[in-house]
Design a protein around this ligand. Structure first.
Ligand code: UDX
Length: 445
């Protein structure tokens, strides 16, 4: 099957590559000619385990191609996937300019009937807008061609995107057209184990499903962070509470880890966009607003704990920071708690010695060269000469730590752990003060 994918960002690239890998002929198109040139050479712009070799293999077989030629791309695929960005605009709603620009392009160049597949996370009602935009362009060309638009939201997690694409919990397709159902079934047919998980529904339900899923997951995290903050004040250990509630299958163990707040490209943006959508239909989505504000507050807690440990005197201090990405196995720092912390530390006159297994380049790109930021070669270098250690991301390599050694490195024996990685007793036995999230005496008032 011939498939065109607009946008070679995270979603577009993973989708295109995975579809080529199961035998489809895929053409990925992007307006960024540098990016396309690099992709043609097998160089991928993001860090995602397994993706680079898969891109190289499928480019070599000829099933995966990259182009900047939109005309060629539109004539190529029966299915035209839109996987471009939907960044939040000033009021938090998803900005559709890139999505609608692709719709325009499709309308401009199509010479036969097409099926447009919305893969980008777009507000409810976008499929109608895309159809209208294509239709308008067709009308201005004076041609009569058929276009159908369906919604096929992605549920990829960074760091596990290929696994999620190939073995996901479901494939959602929003359409009421039998032709579209047939084509989408054919598109996903190679994923035999996913076949039974192909769910057809109407377009608006599919669009809302994506937001509802992310908002529900974000809610679980903010809920647990709220319980953690309470646990701190009540002298209880939230890790025990987590295991206690997770044992009820109605609650489950997944996604109830308290921490220093959720980040990334999806949860913050999607919760805000859904709140905005609610406002547009005059509904006050109180729970969503609370999920967001609890998260914003949670991202401040590491700084508060540090400031309290140093009695507010952070000026001139050097803080070692482990983990910059918003979660492990990615170099993505969008909305990462590490950024809230670093920016607050700089504001307070402290400097940061940071280490992350993958996100160092990204950190440099975001913040440039500055005197109060040292990017250390490894985690050991990061603590050399530092006053205290803070952990923002639960990378595997941080999980084991020689506490006695660490005590010898820090001028103040303080670990602030935003991910509850260690056993509090062992840390304290080594003579360190341990401030984690929601663990009894983690609160420093
Ligand atoms: C998420 C969704 O999981 C995915 O289905 C959707 O398509 C895109 O958004 P992603 O943003 O890649 O994926 O990361 P995810 O692993 O879900 O983590 C999101 C954030 O929540 C991270 O900052 C993580 O640290 C935090 N988190 C997650 C917690 O704080 N506690 C948890 O229990 C789980």
């Amino acid at each position: 099957m011939k498939i065109t994918i607009f946008g070679t960002g995270y979603v577009g690239l993973v989708t295109g590559t995975c579809l080529a890998d199961v035998g489809h002929d895929v053409m990925c198109v992007d307006v960024d000619s540098d990016k396309i040139a690099r992709l043609k050479a097998g160089e991928i712009p993001i860090y995602e385990p397994g993706l680079e070799s898969m891109v190289k293999h499928n480019v070599a077989t000829g099933r995966l191609r990259f182009t900047t030629d939109a005309k060629e791309a539109v004539s190529f695929g029966v299915l035209q996937f839109i996987a471009v960005g939907t960044p939040p605009d000033e009021d938090g709603s998803a900005d559709l300019k890139y999505v609608l620009a692709v719709a325009d392009t499709i309308g401009e160049y199509m010479q036969e009937d097409k099926v447009v597949v919305d893969k980008s996370t777009v507000p409810v009602g976008t499929a109608d807008k895309v159809k209208e935009a294509v239709g308008k362009r067709l009308a201005s060309r004076g041609v009569k061609l058929g276009v159908e638009v369906c919604s096929n939201p992605e549920f990829l997690k960074e760091g596990a995107a290929i696994e999620d694409f190939t073995h996901g919990a479901r494939i959602i397709v929003g359409t009421d057209s039998d032709r579209v159902k047939r084509l989408m079934r054919e598109c996903y047919a190679p994923y035999i184990r996913l076949q039974e998980k192909l769910m057809f529904m109407d377009v608006r339900a599919a669009e809302l499903t994506k937001y509802a899923a992310n908002a529900m997951l974000a809610t679980k995290i903010s809920f647990m962070n709220e319980i953690a903050n309470l646990a701190e004040r009540l002298g209880a250990d939230v890790e025990q509470v987590r295991r206690g509630i997770g044992s009820d299958p109605r609650i489950g163990y997944h996604f109830i880890y308290p921490g220093c707040g959720y980040g990334g490209s999806c949860f913050p943006k999607d919760v805000q966009a859904l709140e905005r959508t609610a406002r547009d239909v005059s509904y006050d989505a109180e729970l969503l607003a609370a999920v967001e504000s609890v998260n914003n507050r949670q991202k401040q807690t590491l700084f508060t704990k540090l400031a309290n440990a140093f009695d507010g005197g952070l000026k001139g201090r050097t803080i070692a920071l482990w983990g910059l990405s918003f979660k492990p196995n990615t170099d993505d720092m969008r909305d990462a708690p590490s950024r809230t912390l670093m920016e607050a530390l700089w504001e307070a006159g402290a400097s940061v010695q940071a280490y992350d297994p993958e996100a160092m380049k990204e950190c440099r790109r975001l913040y440039g060269e500055r005197d109060d930021l040292v990017l250390a070669g490894d985690r050991v270098q990061a603590v050399k000469g530092a006053d205290a250690l803070v952990i923002c991301t639960e990378w595997k390599e941080f999980r084991s730590l020689d506490f006695a050694w660490l005590k010898g490195q820090l001028s103040m024996p303080v670990i602030v752990d935003g991910r509850n990685l260690y056993d509090p007793e062992s840390v304290r036995e080594a003579g360190l003060m341990y401030y984690a999230v929601g663990r009894g005496d983690s609160l420093i008032a």
